[in-house]
Every structure is written in C-alpha cells, then in structure tokens.
Design a protein. Structure first.
Length: 321
C-alpha cells in the first residue's frame, strides 16, 4: 500500500511569510517619509562659496541624514546632526538655487524643501587684508531653544560680504553683510553658551573674533530633563565649605562641574574614572578668608556636547572663624 505524507501547513505558512517579508516585511515596514526641512536659507560667504542652512524637522520624523541639491544636482550628503554646509568652488557673480531633503533609517526621503536663491558677489583680486572685528556683541535668550544676537558693523577695504557666528570655536551660522542681528535656533534648554562674531570679505578673509557674549537658555521641563544640578547645598565647616548636589540627568554620568563664588568662576571640580557620582555628589571647598566674609555659591555641569548646563540654585553663606 502506498503511503502519502501528511500536509505540513505550519512550515508552508512560515515559508509564505518569509517570501512575503521580502516585499512587505510581513509585520509591516516604515514607509512614512520625513517632513521636508523648513527655514532653508542660502547666504554667499564669498565670491566662490555659499553657506546653506535649514531647521531640524520634528524628532518624530527619525531623520538620519540630509541631501543638499544645487540646481537639482546632489552636491552634499550630511548626517542628521548637521543642518548647515558651505558649498564651495562656485563662480563669482552667478545665481544659484539650493534645496534640501531629509532621509530616515528606512531609506524614506522627504519632499524637497522650498528653494533658496542666492547670487555670489564679484571676486576681489589680490585682497589679503581681513576685515576688522565687530566691535560689540549682545545676546539674549528668547526661548529655551532660541537666542537672539546683535553686533556692530565691521569695516573692510573691499567691503564685508558676511558675518559668521561661532560657538565654542565652531561656525554655526552665517548672516548677510547688511545684517546686524540674527536668531539662532535648535539650541538646548537650560544650557550656557558663548558666542562670537567674525566678519568676512569677498576673498574669504576673516576678521578676529568680536567680543564674546554669554547667554544661558532657560530650562524647559516639557523638552527634556533640566541640566542644572539639583538640591544644591553649602554647609560651613572648620576651614572649609561642604558642598552637595544631585547630578543632572544628561544621558550619561557627569564628571565635571564649574563652581562660581560671588559670580566668578573659581574652580572646575573633576571626578576621575570610577569616582563619577550618579546620584548625590559632594565636594569640600577650602576657605581661608576671615570670619564674616560673605559668599554666594552656585555651580553648573559640563554636558555631553561640551557646553556648560544651567546653574544650580544659588546659596549664600557667611564664613565663621
């Protein structure tokens, strides 16, 4: 008698699912494209370069990179943490159009942004003299992620073509030659920043830094944890002041703090490998000043991106003998 093998539905279903996964991922895949980048600007930095900048899309878009197009041709690909680029090798007195689109980890690409048009200035032959530094700079926080800067005009024998804003020695923004103010977006809440401005001419000569301006953005509980050390205490002890605080939640252990006494930085507190506090931290500050000396104390943490966070609450003490 001939025997027939019984059907194997479970395996058949598994094979079908595997085959379908190639086309539809069985359980469904990410097919939603990110939103198009907004706020695109293009500013000629010199006769042969243009600074292109845009705003970060919503976090929910899961953006992993950007593509920059010049007159429809791809000229740059950038990671998600870069929202600006200098396009070089251009021609003087020439009009250019730029667009940007975002991509996510699944390979989905956003629509193109609105177009930004710019014309490069005329080249200046044999110009080796840099502009003067902007003589004054002011700044204020307008929101937890926005700062407004203003500066006085620089001078140049051939004319200033752009103003570059630097933060921590890195250029983060370029403004036009007639601009004396700009708004910086995409900053971190509760973070201390230091900005400088340099002038640039058509031959790409840059001035020295203008005066630095310090701005601290306010904390925003709705946009992530505060960066200020919490529950800061200052207790008088013989010949010293005992400090205590709770480390801020910055995403990783905080090993460095800057201590201010009477609104002046006096020391940087550093915790070595294996001694970095994850919760409550403490430090003993030697005090040799005479009895009756009044101190106000506060401190701030070094964040993972290298910036200083927001200050702790301020404590006032009077030293004893």
């Amino acid at each position: 008698m001939r025997r027939t093998a019984p059907p194997r539905p479970a395996r058949a279903a598994f094979v079908i699912c595997l085959a379908a996964a190639v086309l539809t991922a069985c359980a469904g895949g990410d097919t939603a494209a990110p939103h198009a980048p907004s706020g695109l600007t293009a500013q000629a930095g010199s006769a042969t370069s243009v600074h292109v900048m845009w705003e970060t899309p919503a976090d929910a878009d899961g953006v992993t990179g950007y593509q920059v197009f010049q007159s429809g041709s791809l000229v740059r690909e950038l990671p998600a943490d870069k929202t600006m680029v200098d396009v070089t090798g251009l021609s003087p007195q020439t009009s250019y159009a730029f667009t940007v689109r975002a991509r996510d980890a699944a390979g989905n690409r956003s629509p193109l942004s609105t177009r930004a048009q710019v014309t490069t200035p005329a080249a200046k032959a044999e110009d080796h003299r840099a502009p003067t530094a902007p003589p004054a700079t002011t700044g204020r926080a307008e929101s937890p992620r926005t700062v407004r800067l203003a500066w006085e005009a620089a001078t140049d024998d051939a004319g200033v073509t752009a103003y570059d804003v630097y933060q921590g020695g890195v250029r983060i923004h370029t403004a036009g030659p007639s601009d004396g103010t700009t708004t910086l977006t995409g900053l971190q809440p509760g973070t201390a920043y230091s900005f400088t401005v340099r002038a640039r001419d058509g031959a790409d000569n840059s001035s020295p830094d203008g005066p630095a301006v310090a701005v601290t953005t306010p904390a925003d509980p709705g946009q992530g944890p505060a960066t200020a050390p919490g529950a800061f205490t200052a207790t008088i002890a013989p010949g010293a002041v005992e400090l205590g605080w709770t480390a801020p939640d910055t995403g990783r252990p905080t090993s460095e703090y800057q201590l201010y006494v009477n609104d002046r930085p006096v020391t940087v507190i550093q915790f070595g490998a294996g001694a970095v506090p994850r919760g409550r931290a403490s430090y003993r500050l030697t005090a040799s000043e005479p009895a009756g000396t009044a101190w106000t104390l506060k401190l701030r943490a070094r964040l993972p991106d290298g910036n200083w966070g927001a200050f702790s609450e301020e404590r006032r003490i009077t030293l004893t003998g």
